[in-house]
Design a protein around this ligand. Structure first.
Ligand SMILES: NC(=O)C1=CN([C@@H]2O[C@H](COP(=O)(O)OP(=O)(O)OC[C@H]3O[C@@H](n4cnc5c(N)ncnc54)[C@H](OP(=O)(O)O)[C@@H]3O)[C@@H](O)[C@H]2O)[C@@H](O)CC1
Ligand SMILES: [K+]
Length: 499
């Protein structure tokens, strides 16, 4: 995680509490001050979004999330905003810092309306602030919080959620009963994993990080968000190549009768990422198809003219080809699931002591391999979609949070790089770090798009010699192209469009 700026860290509720407590008890900035900073940053943002004189209703629970709301209400009231504050659990049981902030608010001269939920009179407000529950959410949302949420979600004015939308679990992104549908989430101190997992993506709206004074040494994230800006800053400048083989060759082992499209997409995707040295290894019976479709790419046939899928007897020939020049191997797209092909794939994986990107049908073969073990000295990238992830590790994956945890755990245990496709797509590394996409990546689980992604990851692996950067660039590039295509052509998207 050394390369990632702290602003891209993703934390759990517990990690947020840890930073909070350490900053208070060890570092010596008290909770009241932190709350003032949180509220000040959030008030600045809200003010930037609304005309002065706007009337906001602030829903407050009894914990520190409500304290943040009271700071914001106080500051905005001094800038000409009209303020109504509605307490969901009264004011008799407020946390100490929240109670103190209520006291400050009451010292002001402005006319601030304070009431309990029972007395709340729904009228026209210009904006809503959700300060009901933050990282303290501990079960399905109870009444009357759930009633307030129902009302909020029918309103058409901007909703600003403080720290976490009430009802959304900060870690898992699961909705506990019901949740505030936010237009903006102002996250304090660190972004939360839950914004990007499960329902979090659709519930949090635009996420804004409000930095607090937590020293970096207390920041221990669960994962980090993949963003082009830091990925590019973290990348070494690729070696200037004199010859097209200088960076090494990407050998693609792909395709079988009826599935040659996968091999074609993967090879074209590698080529379009700017890698000149691509060699497609194919059963001889399919060579004619590739000769027509992949003019620029070198093809190396194995076996006989009537071989239309890989067999165990091709192993030696293939191992000889991939030993010819230094490089890496992409195996899997469109291989098919014939028993002989499965045995072929398993034998390649057992015997090739080099870097291998394992995708699609090769993942299936890997999942059927007894005592699977990466050969000494080789590195593996695996790119499973959710179904393949379950099969590979023989474990249930019920939601994105499971997927994150499993990806992290297995990448570390098996010392591999795991690019687990889905929404979000998750990259787990052998050091136990995890990275998430914060954008639409569901597309890579659809037929054909996986082949394109595998090609991109392979190309970038050669370019940067880093399996992690390869995955980041693969995800960023593929997505960027898809988005571009959506903008230029409204309509359906075919994998070939994003190559
Ligand atoms: N301290 C600091 O320095 C800083 C803290 N910050 C802020 O503090 C927030 C965390 O504050 P927090 O820990 O007080 O928890 P919070 O989310 O306000 O609510 C806890 C209350 O909710 C209640 N409750 C729980 N579940 C419920 C349910 N399902 N349905 C209904 N009620 C439920 C629970 O009641 P109980 O179950 O205990 O009766 C408890 O009283 C954090 O998100 C950030 O905004 C930032 O300003 C940075 C500085
Ligand atoms: K909240």
């Amino acid at each position: 995680m050394d390369l990632v700026p702290h602003s891209y860290y993703l934390c759990s509720a517990e990690q947020s509490r840890f930073m909070d407590e350490k900053t208070i008890s060890e570092f010596g900035i008290d909770g009241f001050t932190l709350m003032e900073i949180a509220g000040t940053r959030a008030a600045d943002f809200i003010q930037s979004q609304l005309p002065s004189g706007s009337h906001g209703v602030f829903f407050c629970g009894k914990g520190n999330n409500a304290g943040d709301a009271l700071v914001i209400a106080r500051l905005l009231s001094q800038q000409g905003f009209k303020i109504t504050i509605c307490f969901l659990s009264g004011t008799g049981d407020l946390s100490p810092d929240t109670l103190e902030n209520l006291g400050l608010l009451q010292k002001l001269d402005e006319d601030i309306e304070l009431l309990d939920w029972e007395d709340f009179n729904p009228s026209a407000f210009d904006f809503i602030v959700d300060g009901m529950l933050g990282t303290g959410l501990n079960s399905d949302v109870r009444a009357p919080y759930s009633d307030a949420i129902s009302w909020i979600n029918t309103q058409e004015v901007p909703v600003f959620a403080l720290d976490v939308p009430t009802g959304l679990h900060a870690d898992s992104g699961l909705i506990l009963g019901t949740a505030v549908q936010a237009d903006f989430t102002l996250s304090f101190g660190a972004l939360k994993t839950g914004f990007y997992l499960n329902q979090g993506f659709d519930t949090s709206g635009e996420v804004i990080l409000c930095e607090l004074s937590f020293p970096n040494k207390f920041k221990k994230p669960t994962a980090a968000l993949i963003d082009r800006s830091w990925v590019e800053a973290a990348s070494p400048s690729p070696k200037r190549q004199k010859h097209k083989y200088d960076g090494g060759v990407l050998y693609i082992i792909a395709g079988s009768e009826g599935l040659t499209g996968a091999g074609i997409l993967a090879a074209k995707s590698v080529w379009s990422a700017g890698l000149g040295a691509v060699v497609l290894i194919t059963p001889k019976g399919l060579l004619e198809i590739y000769e027509k479709q992949l003019v620029q790419i070198i093809k190396k046939p194995v076996g006989d003219r009537d071989d239309v899928y890989f067999k165990e007897e091709h192993v030696e020939q293939v191992l000889d080809i991939i030993a010819e020049k230094p490089g890496k191997v992409l195996i899997g797209p469109g291989l098919g699931r014939q028993q002989e092909t499965i045995r072929f794939t398993q034998s390649i994986l057992r015997n090739f002591e080099g870097d291998v990107l394992i995708d699609a049908d090769a993942l299936f073969a890997l999942s059927k391999m007894e005592n699977r073990k990466r050969p000494e000295g080789s590195n593996w990238i695996l790119t499973p979609h959710p179904g393949e992830l379950k099969t590979l590790f023989n474990q249930e994956v019920n939601d994105d949070f499971d997927q994150l945890n499993l990806t992290k755990e297995k990448a570390r245990e098996e010392k591999i790089t795991l690019l687990s496709k889905g929404m979000p797509s998750i990259v787990g590394t052998e050091t136990g770090d995890a990275y998430l996409t914060g954008y639409e990546t569901r597309i890579f689980s659809r037929a054909g798009f996986g082949d394109v992604l595998a090609g991109k990851v392979g190309a970038y692996w050669l370019k940067y010699s880093s399996s992690e950067l390869a995955c980041f660039y693969g995800l960023l590039d593929g997505f960027q192209k898809a988005q571009q295509y959506f903008v230029e052509n409204s309509g359906s998207l075919a994998p070939i469009d994003i190559i």
